[in-house]
Design a protein around this ligand. Sequence first.
Ligand SMILES: Cc1cc2nc3c(=O)[nH]c(=O)nc-3n(C[C@H](O)[C@H](O)[C@H](O)COP(=O)(O)O)c2cc1C
Length: 160
Amino acid sequence: MKKVIVYYSLEGNTEYIADKLAEALGAGKVRLVPEKAYADKGFAKYFWGGKSAVMAEKPALKPYELDTDIEEIIIGFPVWASNVAPPIRTFVSENRELLKGKRISAFACQGGAGAEKAFGKLRSLLEIDDFYGTAVFFDPKDRPSEENEMRLNSFIEKLR
Ligand SMILES: Cc1cc2nc3c(=O)[nH]c(=O)nc-3n(C[C@H](O)[C@H](O)[C@H](O)COP(=O)(O)O)c2cc1C
């Protein structure tokens, strides 16, 4: 199946997993980049990012290319306030037709908790009952661990 990984990453953890998945699965990658970058430092990072997630904003994205013949999509995001990072909302609303009937999996990177809630929100946005596969990682770039590696390997097996 032709796969693509569509992801947003503020600080590189989600990108770290996206890179590993792309390599292991021979999948393409699409990094979503907001027109107006979110703050990535200090209080502003949590304040503006958290507010944007709670308000369910759909920030405008820089142009990206998505092949129309893909069969499987893997969506990756950092958990923000127990929700999907907002650029994912924009992506879903911009690609409703293309996403219909596709096999969809998702992975989340988080510091502590909230990924399951965020998956629930993403399922509602996508109007699907379940994902083909999911995986949760704990700051995999900043805090490498055996647990993250094990989760990554079993996710790769599932998606192969
Ligand atoms: C605005 C904001 C809100 C966050 N909210 C949560 C949260 O609710 N739960 C959690 O476990 N981590 C939370 N985090 C931490 C990130 O999800 C985590 O560090 C993730 O690995 C970052 O991925 P990235 O490097 O791809 O941006 C938050 C981070 C930011 C910037």
